[in-house]
Design a binder for this molecule. Structure first.
Ligand SMILES: [Zn+2]
Length: 121
């Protein structure tokens, strides 16, 4: 199947980046997990890794912590980006009657307010 956007034909790919994650056509996570472990390992530095590689248990613990730290950082960045988007959206809806009774957030529409209210359930 061929798709076009503004006259440009889109290329068929097996994977693509979306919000910092790699999405694969078969829905598998193995390559994404491997990629994250590699990024975390790179962040630790080559010398430290080589020293730890001989100590398998230590290496495993180290990569596990590094992966967790990487994932925590990734989630924090995504949350910050989401907050920025929400703040930008809420400042653009100053004049609205759709305000949350719980937290005071302004929404652009009734639908938006209903969607927002789900987080207070
Ligand atoms: Zn609210």
């Amino acid at each position: 199947m061929k798709y076009r956007v503004d006259g440009l034909q889109l290329r068929c790919v097996d994977s693509f980046k979306y919000l910092g994650s790699t999405i694969f056509v078969d829905g598998s996570l193995d390559k994404e997990i491997t990629s994250r472990i590699q990024k975390a390992s790179q962040a630790l530095g080559r010398l430290r890794l080589e020293a730890c590689a001989s100590d398998r248990l230590g290496w495993r613990s180290l990569t596990s912590r590094a992966t967790a730290a990487f994932e925590e950082d990734r989630r924090r960045r995504l949350a910050a980006a989401r907050d920025r988007r929400h703040r930008a959206a809420s400042t653009s809806v100053q004049n609205t009657n759709f305000q949350c009774n719980t937290c005071g957030r302004l929404c652009a529409s009734s639908f938006g307010l209903q969607s927002h209210m789900r987080r207070h359930r």
